[in-house]
Write a protein that binds this ligand. Structure first.
Ligand code: TMP
Length: 248
């Protein structure tokens, strides 16, 4: 059952491929526990639960068949709902913070770039994050949505360079999304910015052209300000309280 969010906080770091989200999730998790004594679960979309990881593999490693953007959106949202029910909501109820590498903003950015209309994507997303009671009894309850979203914004030309060439200058193999053309990525970036700007109460936009350390500092400041966090003083912390879902 997807219940109301518990005591934990739900944070999402999203952005175009190559924007550095996954690394920033790890850095934030480390800073939360060491500086503020906050235990968190680091997870990702698509994926984060056994079933959602299988859907991820299907979406990213497909070679023999093509999919239209609405089929993609249905699969991403099926993975999202399973991830919410089996991993995110139970963690929030235990009081853990959840740091999620991508969430629904990616759906709006990528599947819109693939041709699906925003209204269709919003409907599918609202079903995926609905409280179970909403879906079965038509009762109104709060959906499970993030408390804070951080969009790492990067010009698509730089994103393409980062995803195709690794630090040693070697061209990397790419998945079904990463190998799309530059027009697709230009639309993805524009969609990210448009949707994040339209939900300014939730999303902060961060310039991901800055160094990893600078981006991490900005993220930490935003999180501290948003949740009014106080640094640990002499309290001890237990690093083992934080968990990372495998695959990240
Ligand atoms: P990742 O490489 O950051 O783990 O993401 C996998 C790909 O999935 C990435 O290219 C973006 C894409 N994606 C969507 O198209 N729609 C979605 O809803 C999500 C969560 C990801």
């Amino acid at each position: 059952m997807l219940k109301q969010k518990g005591k934990g906080k739900f944070l999402v770091i999203d952005g175009i491929d190559g924007s550095g989200k996954s690394l920033q999730v790890k850095i934030l998790q480390e800073r939360l526990i060491t500086q503020y004594g906050i235990a968190s679960l680091a997870t990702r979309e698509p994926g984060g639960s056994p079933l959602a990881e299988k859907i991820r593999a299907l979406l990213l490693q497909r070679t023999e068949y093509s999919m239209d953007a609405v089929t993609e959106a249905l699969l991403f949202n099926a993975a999202r709902r399973n991830h919410l029910l089996s991993v995110i909501t139970p963690a929030l109820e235990k009081g853990l913070w959840v740091l999620c590498d991508r969430f629904s903003l990616s759906g709006l950015a990528y599947q819109s770039a693939g041709g699906a209309c925003t209204e269709t994507l919003e409907i599918l997303h609202s079903i995926a994050v609905s409280n179970t009671k909403d879906l079965y009894n038509n009762e109104s309850q709060h959906p499970c949505i993030p408390d804070l979203g951080l969009l790492l914004d990067l010009p698509y030309e730089q994103a393409l360079q980062r995803i195709s060439i690794n630090k040693q200058g070697i061209v990397k193999s790419t998945d079904a999304f990463e190998c799309r053309d530059s027009n697709f990525f230009a639309r993805v970036r524009a969609n990210f910015l448009e949707h994040a700007r339209s939900k300014q109460f939730l999303w902060s936009i961060i310039d991901a052209r800055k160094s990893v350390g600078q981006v991490a500092e900005i993220i930490e400041k935003k999180v501290v300000r948003h949740f009014l966090l106080n640094p640990l003083t002499a309290r001890h912390y237990d690093k083992n309280q934080s968990t990372t879902i495998s695959g990240n």
